[in-house]
Design a protein around this ligand. Structure first.
Ligand code: FES
Length: 149
């Protein structure tokens, strides 16, 4: 498949206190982002385990964006710091497997930062488009399979 026609699927795990609210605000502000991003609301990014990321890749994600509160602003004290470590671990794991570490990224934003969130989503999609489809998709995955992560 040429990267010209490739439309990556991006899963954005968004903390309900910050980035999920920023995504809501983006909607209210009529800021647009492509339809190939799926936003998954999480109580805190600290809830996310490495297994969740690998399951998302297996189920068809080409990339994962983890969006948590600003450092020092997590409502569960250090959930976003735990998530940062898990994202770093996953990047290292992907690299060691010969895959692109850029397939997963963590950002920290506040609920008021709708524009930066949209910019990060667009930047991540551009990165994924340039590196191509993820080889981690499970073979024989139904085309419109549910993303039950
Ligand atoms: Fe937002 Fe923890 S409450 S990252």
């Amino acid at each position: 498949m040429s990267n010209e026609s490739f439309e990556p699927l991006l899963i954005a795990f968004c903390c309900q206190y910050c980035s999920y609210s920023a995504a809501d605000l983006a909607g209210s502000m009529r800021l647009q982002y492509p339809t190939n991003v799926r936003i998954v609301r999480t109580p805190c990014t600290g809830r996310l385990e490495v297994e969740f990321f690998m399951k998302a890749f297996e189920k068809g994600a080409d990339g994962i964006l983890v969006a948590g509160c600003l450092e020092g602003g997590c409502h569960f004290t250090e959930g976003n710091l735990l998530a940062k470590g898990r994202v770093g671990y996953t990047q290292k794991f992907l690299s060691e497997c010969g895959l692109e570490a850029q397939r997963i990224r963590m950002i920290n934003i506040s609920a008021a930062q709708a524009r930066p969130l949209v910019d990060h989503i667009n930047d991540m999609l551009a990165t994924l488009k340039s590196i191509g489809p993820s080889p981690l998709k499970r073979v024989n995955q139904p085309k419109n399979a549910e993303m039950n992560v």
